[in-house]
Design a protein around this ligand. Structure first.
Ligand SMILES: [Zn+2]
Length: 56
């Protein structure tokens, strides 16, 4: 099964981003630069953000 995109909100500034759930790179918030996700075991681990919803 392939990954999907999820909408997340930054814990620091609250801005919303859409990220790939299997992102293999660190993703940073485009507004405040906080680390949102870190790759972990083939999945993007949410470290500085909260998931809002899954996108189709
Ligand atoms: Zn932010």
């Amino acid at each position: 099964m392939s990954g999907k995109f999820i909408k997340v909100t930054c814990k620091d500034c609250g801005s919303e981003s859409v990220i790939y759930s299997r992102a293999t790179t660190v993703i940073s918030c485009s507004v405040c630069g906080a680390t949102l996700t870190a790759p972990s075991g083939g999945k993007a681990k949410l470290v500085g953000c909260k998931m809002l919803e899954a996108m189709e």
